[in-house]
Design a protein around this ligand. Structure first.
Ligand code: SF4
Ligand code: SF4
Length: 331
C-alpha cells in the first residue's frame, strides 16, 4: 500500500510502482510474527557519512529517553521477541545505551548493535569492546571497503585507520574468532550508484585482504544496497544519477526476495517510540498501517501479525538482485 505522507524530499520516480510490480508477480507484502525489534535510539552520531539514510551527525540532538527504553524492554519481555537490534546514529552515544543492553541481556534477549567502529575512540567509550564481549553482544560494523581511499571517501577522512584499530580491539577480546562464540559481522555497501557485488565473492575478498594486510578476522560480510532515500538520494540527484539508479533497481527486481524481506519479521521503533515497518520507512516518516497501534506502548502481536506493509518506490532497493536487508542478501 502506498501511504500519503508529507516529505521534504519527494520519492524517486520509477516507471512502475512497487505495488504494481508485486501484483504483476502475484505477490503481496504482509508481516509475519515479530522476531526482531529494531530500535533506532536516535540520530546522534560521531560521524556524518555521505550515504547515511538517517541524516545522523554530531549535531543531532534526538535521543531515546529511559521511559521509551523501558517500554521496549517490556515488549521484548512480555512477547518473548528473540532479538533486539540497536541502531542509530551511533547507539553507543546515548546515555542509557549500557542500561538498555544489560537489561535486555538479563532477560535472555539476543542483542545486536550496529556499531560504526570509530565511536570506540570517543571519550568514555574506550572500553566498548570489553563491554560488548561481557554481554555477548553481536556486533555489526560498517566498513565500506578494505582500503583507505574508498572508506574515507564515504565515511570521512581518518575513518579507515580508526576502523582498523577498532577491529583489532574487537579481535583482541575474542570477536570474530570461531572458538569464542563472539560474533563480528561487517557490512559492505557500494561507494557509488551501482548494486553490490555477489555477497560470498566480496566476503572472500574482505576476509583475505583484512587478514593479509592487518591480521583482522570476522565472521560474515553482509552486502547492502544503497537505499534511494535521505543523503544518498540527495547525492543521486546532485550527481544526475537518480533516474538511471532507480531504473537499475527496477530492472533488477527479483520476486524471490519478497518472502525474506526484513519488514516481514522486524518491527522498527524510533527514538520517540513510534512504530514503522522498517528503518527506511522510519526515516521517510511512513508509519505502520493505521489499522494497528502506532507506538511501542500499543504493540499487540495478534493485531500486528498479517498487517499490510507500507511501501513506496524506495522498496525497489530491497528487492534488486539478491535482495538487501540489515542482514545482507535475502535470496
Ligand atoms: S556512522 Fe552510520 S549512523 Fe553515523 S553518520 Fe555514518 S552511516 Fe550514519
Ligand atoms: S524499504 Fe524494504 S524493508 Fe522497508 S518496507 Fe520497503 S521492502 Fe520492506
Amino acid at each position: 500500500m502506498i501511504p500519503k505522507t508529507e516529505k521534504t524530499r519527494p520519492f524517486p520516480q520509477t516507471t512502475i510502482s512497487f505495488d504494481k510490480k508485486l501484483r504483476e508477480n502475484d505477490l503481496s507484502l504482509k508481516a509475519i510474527a515479530v522476531e526482531i525489534l529494531q530500535v533506532n535510539v536516535g540520530k546522534l552520531c560521531n560521524q556524518a557519512c555521505k550515504h547515511c539514510h538517517v541524516d545522523a551527525s554530531p549535531k543531532r540532538t534526538e535521543i531515546m529517553q529511559r521511559e521509551t527504553i523501558d517500554a521496549c524492554l517490556k515488549v521484548l519481555r512480555e512477547h518473548k521477541i528473540p532479538t533486539l537490534d540497536m541502531t542509530g546514529g551511533a547507539p553507543e552515544m546515548i546515555p542509557d545505551f549500557r542500561y538498555f543492553v544489560t537489561e535486555a541481556r538479563k532477560m535472555g534477549t539476543n542483542v545486536m548493535v550496529r556499531h560504526n567502529l570509530t565511536v570506540m575512540f570517543e571519550e568514555g567509550r574506550e572500553d566498548l569492546a570489553e563491554f560488548f564481549a561481557e554481554n555477548e553482544v553481536e556486533v555489526v560494523c560498517s566498513l565500506p571497503y578494505f582500503m583507505q581511499q574508498q572508506t574515507d571517501a564515504q565515511r570521512g577522512k581518518g575513518v579507515f585507520d580508526k576502523s582498523v584499530e577498532a577491529l583489532k580491539k574487537l579481535n583482541t577480546v575474542g570477536y570474530g574468532k570461531d572458538e569464542s562464540g563472539l560474533i563480528l559481522n561487517l557490512v559492505y555497501n557500494p561507494v557509488g550508484a551501482f548494486l553490490p557485488p555477489e555477497q560470498s565473492a566480496i566476503e572472500a575478498d574482505f576476509k583475505r585482504e583484512l587478514k593479509n594486510r592487518y591480521d583482522i578476522v570476522f565472521n560474515n560480510l553482509y552486502t547492502i544496497t544503497n537505499m534511494p532515500i535521505a543523503r544518498y538520494l540527495d547525492w543521486l540527484r546532485r550527481s544526475g544519477n537518480e533516474k538511471s539508479y532507480m531504473q537499475k533497481l527496477v530492472n533488477a527486481f527479483n520476486p524471490t526476495t519478497v518472502d525474506g524481506l526484513m519488514c516481514r519479521n522486524t518491527l522498527s521503533v524510533d527514538w520517540l517510540g513510534n512504530l514503522y515497518d522498517c528503518d527506511f520507512n522510519q526515516m521517510l516518516e511512513i508509519p505502520v498501517s493505521l489499522e494497528v497501534g502506532q507506538t511501542i506502548q500499543d504493540f499487540n502481536p495478534e493485531t500486528f501479525f498479517g498487517r499490510e506493509i507500507m511501501t513506496n518506490s524506495h522498496c525497489f532497493g530491497c528487492t534488486a538482485g539478491s535482495g538487501s536487508s540489515c542482514g545482507g542478501t535475502v535470496a
